[in-house]
Ligand binder design. Structure first.
Ligand code: THU
Length: 146
């Protein structure tokens, strides 16, 4: 896997800012929980480490809701193609609430990241908590090679 790349405080702040901007666009008429997620992509020959953000998009059927993290990843693949690698993730919300990525999003992030990938999320006191994807998803599903 891609080695963990150090993420600078400036990059973390930029991720959080982009996530906050995305959260302003949240479609969340059912929960009123406005979430934004931003992912930092590994730099490659075509671009610097780009930041791509997403927000949650709810649905009247409830179960079709897309989380902010899922939206950000779909946007990143759409913009940069299937070879993207995620080197950091930040999640924020406009509700002043603690908020960790849901189980499904942890597995979705892992598809393009690795267990060392840093994840930043709002803790109970409004502070950003730093953890890793491996801490959040220690027993991830992996498709066995044939
Ligand atoms: N949500 C996210 O978008 N990301 C998270 O990490 C947690 C939950 C959304 C889904 C739903 O629209 C709302 O927050 C309440 O669960």
């Amino acid at each position: 896997p891609m080695p963990a790349r150090p993420v600078t405080p400036a990059e973390i702040a930029a991720l959080q800012q982009r996530a906050l901007e995305a959260a302003q666009h949240s479609y969340s008429p059912y929960s009123h929980f406005r979430v934004g997620a931003a992912i930092l992509l590994h730099p490659d020959d075509r671009q610097e480490g780009a930041i791509v953000a997403g927000t949650n998009v709810e649905n009247a059927s409830y179960r079709l809701t897309s989380c902010a993290e899922q939206a950000a990843i779909a946007m990143a693949v759409t913009l940069y193609g299937p070879a993207i690698r995620i080197c950091a993730v930040a999640v924020v919300n406009l509700n002043g609430a603690a908020c960790m990525p849901c189980g499904a999003c942890r597995q979705t992030i892992l598809e393009f990241a690795n267990p060392e990938t840093p994840v930043f999320y709002p803790g109970a006191n409004g502070e950003a908590v730093a953890t890793t994807l491996g801490e959040l998803l220690p027993a991830a599903f992996r498709l066995s090679p044939e």
